[in-house]
Design a protein around this ligand. Structure first.
Ligand code: G3I
Length: 377
């Protein structure tokens, strides 16, 4: 039985759905056309989409998005698995896909502590390399990869996730062996290989004060040395209430003041119960399965879909407010079925973080996002 409170709640929901629908009806019908004067709209794409096996996914990508990022295809372990052995087969198809559809093509990523083979840091005897030897290896990798796609990949995530949550530099093997200037060197080598490419520092949780301040310090240091950093990638792995809208707004403003552009580079919103107290995207985190952590196996309740839609709408209002700074908004996946959040930090959950559902249909959040766009001229 419906009591007065739930009745009022459903009435509010119905009104909100109607509001999005009316606003969206007056707006363009695709994401890329809705924001064409503001920023490009991207999706991270997987192997099945790159190779054409996922026809339904490809149809969504081609119609809705004008930028792509490779979810895994360009990471070091994918293209350079063994010393001197490169495998560009999937990466070439990824770039060809973007060229065919005249998309803004992102390269993700060059230097990261994850998905990099162990041999990269060691000599033939298994000892850690010297600084000079690792720098030489880094330069060779970057010039080969960036050089291959010169003029085709417009923007590179040069260094990924180099900061700890407290804003200090992560103790990766890159840092331990080379020292803090490994970041500047990676940018130099990327610039040398393609002087016209946009070069990005990419990380998660940059909205949090300590990490944001760490990023600001890093960017200022790079700028002081004349290192060509063009943008910051704010990954945007979010939940329904974190980060706050105020934090999002202030962080974009703060980066804009430094004279760099912002890409919202890996956007998704996790609606599932938090598996840990940490707000993180650290892939090594693993939490055991448990039914209370996976409550929506039969579908997302309307009330939660509603919260997701409102959250996306509020975020896009902020991105649009800063359209002079924000040059790209990329979703980390196409449909909910593709999302890494189905398997992280708990394996085999049913997650709902994106704008297209498991049947490839746009959800309420899709219309909420479209409703933020300026009406079509
Ligand atoms: O390729 C193997 C396949 O052969 C095997 O059968 C399968 C079994 O689990 O694993 C496959 O590899 C998986 C790979 O994705 C490709 O699907 C790895 O286990 C899995 O760990 C890997 O996860 C990726 C993760 O990065 C790794 O760090 C996610 O797809 C990808 O979405 C995620 O993306 C990162 C960004 O690069 C950086 N920012 C955070 C973001 C989310 O973690």
């Amino acid at each position: 039985m419906m009591n007065a409170r739930t009745g009022a709640r459903s009435a509010i929901m119905a009104a909100l759905i109607a509001t999005f629908a009316v606003a969206a009806a007056q707006s363009p019908t695709t994401l890329k056309s809705a924001f064409s004067g503001d920023f490009v709209i991207g999706a991270a794409i997987n192997k099945a989409q790159i190779t054409g096996q996922d026809e339904r996914g490809d149809a969504i990508i081609e119609s809705q998005f004008n930028s792509i990022s490779p979810e895994n295809a360009l990471k070091w372990q994918s293209i350079h698995p063994l010393p001197g052995k490169f495998d560009f087969s999937l990466a070439d198809q990824y770039v060809a896909f973007g060229e065919k559809h005249h998309m803004f093509i992102v390269g993700h990523n060059l230097i990261w502590h994850n998905q990099v083979p162990a041999w990269v840091f060691r000599d033939r005897k298994g000892n850690l390399l010297t600084r000079d030897a690792l720098l030489a290896r880094m330069r060779a990798h970057i010039s080969k990869v960036v050089g291959r796609y010169k003029g085709k990949i417009q923007s590179w995530d040069v260094v990924n996730e180099a900061l700890n949550d407290d804003g200090t530099l992560r103790q990766s093997l890159w840092l331990k062996i080379i020292g803090p200037d490994y970041i500047a060197k990676a940018f130099e080598y990327a610039h040398e290989a393609d002087p016209k490419a946009q070069l990005t520092y990419n990380d998660y949780n940059l909205e949090h004060r300590a990490k944001r301040n760490g990023a600001i310090k890093l960017i200022k240091e790079l700028q002081a040395e004349g290192i060509p950093i063009t943008s910051v990638g704010m990954q945007g792995h979010m939940s329904l209430n974190q980060p706050s809208l105020k934090e999002e707004d202030e962080t974009i403003t703060a980066f804009g003041k430094l004279g760099v552009k912002v890409a919202i580079s890996e956007l998704d919103i996790d609606v599932l119960p938090k598996a840990t107290q940490q707000q993180t995207a650290e892939i090594s985190l693993k939490v055991a399965q448990n039914a209370t952590l996976n409550p929506y196996t039969e579908g997302l309740p309307a009330a939660v879909q509603q919260q997701l839609a409102v959250r996306y709408r509020n975020l896009f209002d902020i991105f649009l407010k800063h359209s002079g700074i924000v040059t790209r908004v990329t979703f980390w996946g196409v449909t909910d079925a593709d999302s890494w959040l189905n398997n992280w930090p708990v394996k085999a959950r049913t997650s709902y973080p994106l704008l297209f559902d498991r049947n490839g249909q746009p959800n309420l959040a899709f219309y909420a996002v479209l409703s933020t766009a300026k009406p079509a001229k």
